[in-house]
Design a protein around this ligand. Structure first.
Ligand code: SF4
Ligand code: FE
Length: 487
């Protein structure tokens, strides 16, 4: 099997034995849980579209290991066309789901490790790249979802891992055995964790020699002994427990995050991809971050949905022709397409690494993600402006269905001729979902902090721009270069 169907994916999750907690209780059946299920539906879209011929170029690729057709989420980028298709895939899935579809973190972890394991081997003659390729072959053949687990809880941010009052604030090796290692710690904010078959752990920051025990990367099945999950809450999440759907806005899809705890977990050597090579933590973090910042192409697709919803809301409100509304929609599109430019540009400007993997242009990927920390907020503000206050004062679907109140809601929430009260309520709830509800986690806060908070990108932009070249260009044009003695 190299391409799973959505049904096979669902069945494969049922066969996992994950230990998950939510609202103070263990969750016995994750797949059918009404809060978790929409996030599984979103991941299932990555399988569904890969089955469709129309999306074959975007959603699938040929494995460089076997030549088999595989899902692009398990592919190692072989050229810039692969990278561009990855950005297009993100936009497509964002538009299809209107939320975070979660599978990119694993893809980005695989690609980053394909480069860094090779580089570590070059320096230390370690077997990491061979082990990684064996693992990659397994992931590709089975078409698995991998959780790319990077973010540690980090404890006191002013201290490095080895100086933390609680040594588990960063995930670490606690014991070396003949057949593998024992690890302890946690990974926070893990997108799609309980929809994943595998978890790929990577260090979260650059490290020094004293942090050697923390310089570790490995992969394990998501239900390995000692791993458990505590689900994160999302704004308005319990609406999914109600017996109506309209108030959810997005009736089928959502994302999720969880705290993943590693309570003395054994990792066999065959799945260890870094063990103590602390000087490669920084490069691994940077490589993963650059790929994942490109992955924020997803927000362009979600932006498409929000802009479409704003247009529909304007029509239903009877204001679509007003010039200021039209101008706001143009501004929203301008911002959204500017985001698209960034994720296409960093892909087009990608370069081949020594391992053969293509990496994105780091500077442009960071510029793209920096824009993502800002533009969706402005797009959301304009969508709320167009939607009007009813978006947050609207009574519930149950009130619309209650014979005592239904008539009044139909009478007073009717707007432009031809638009039904029900559809108007639906579109306003979708805008609410995207800008204030469960999907706002993905469209707004995740845009801010996912793949690194804004300052992380500013540091990288500062490091990657060639200021000397710019300065020289200016001095040359004004005739001051010949007198320049400052270098
Ligand atoms: Fe992928 Fe976007 Fe979700 Fe990150 S936020 S996992 S890039 S869909
Ligand atoms: Fe993310």
């Amino acid at each position: 099997m190299t391409l799973m169907t959505p049904e096979q994916y669902e069945q494969s999750l049922r066969e996992l034995n994950l230990k998950v907690y939510m609202f103070g209780k263990p969750v016995a059946n994750i797949v059918d849980n009404p809060i978790i299920r929409p996030s599984m539906n979103a991941v299932a879209k990555t399988y569904e579209l890969a089955q469709k011929e129309a999306y074959q170029d975007i959603m699938t690729a040929r494995s460089h290991l076997t030549g088999n057709r595989i899902n692009r989420f398990t592919h190692i980028h072989q050229n810039t066309e692969d990278l561009v298709n990855k950005s297009k895939m993100g936009r497509l899935l964002g538009r299809e789901t209107g939320c975070c579809f979660q599978r990119c973190v694993g893809m980005d972890a695989l690609n980053a490790l394909s480069i860094i394991t090779y580089n570590i081997d070059q320096m230390y003659q370690t077997p990491y790249n061979r082990r990684f390729k064996d693992y990659l072959g397994y992931v590709q053949e089975k078409d698995l979802v991998c959780d790319g687990a990077m973010t540690d809880p980090k404890g006191d941010r002013s201290l490095p891992p080895h100086k933390q009052p609680d040594p588990d604030a960063f995930l670490r090796v606690v014991e070396k055995r003949e057949d593998g290692i024992l690890v302890r710690g946690a990974k926070a904010h893990q997108t799609g964790a309980v929809n994943s078959h595998e978890v790929i752990v990577m260090p979260t920051i650059a490290m020094q020699e004293a942090d050697k025990a923390y310089a570790v990367s490995f992969a394990l099945p998501s239900d390995a002994k000692g791993i458990f999950y505590i689900m994160g809450r999302q704004s308005c999440d319990t609406r999914k427990l109600e017996d109506t759907t309209m108030d959810q806005g997005n009736v089928s899809f959502g994302g999720h995050e969880a705290l993943v705890v590693f309570d003395n977990v054994f990792v066999p050597w065959e799945r260890v991809f870094m063990y103590g090579e602390y000087e490669f933590c920084g490069p691994l973090v940077e490589m993963f971050a650059a790929y994942h910042r490109q992955s924020y192409a997803c927000k362009v697709g979600v932006g498409d949905v929000l802009i479409g919803a704003a247009q529909a809301a304007a029509e239903m409100n009877g204001v679509a022709k007003a010039s200021h509304i039209r101008d706001k929609l143009i501004e929203m599109n301008h911002l959204n397409e500017t985001l698209y430019c960034g994720c296409i540009a960093c892909a087009s400007e990608g370069r081949k690494k020594m391992s053969g993997t293509y990496a994105v242009n780091t500077l442009l990927a960071n510029v793209h993600k920096q824009n993502v920390t800002r533009f969706p907020y402005e797009i959301a503000r304009l969508a709320q402006d167009i939607a009007g206050g009813l978006m947050v004062t609207l009574p519930s679907e149950k009130d619309l269905k209650n014979p005592e109140t239904s008539h009044w809601m139909e009478k007073y929430f009717k707007a432009a001729p031809g638009s039904s009260t029900t559809d108007r309520m639906r579109i306003l709830r979708l805008i609410e979902n995207l800008t204030l509800g469960t999907a706002a986690v993905g469209y707004l806060t995740e845009s801010m902090h996912g793949a690194g908070s804004p300052q992380a990108q500013r540091i990288m932009i500062g490091r990657k721009v060639n200021m000397a070249e710019k300065r020289r260009a200016a001095l040359k044009l004004c005739g001051a270069l010949k007198n320049d003695t400052t270098g």
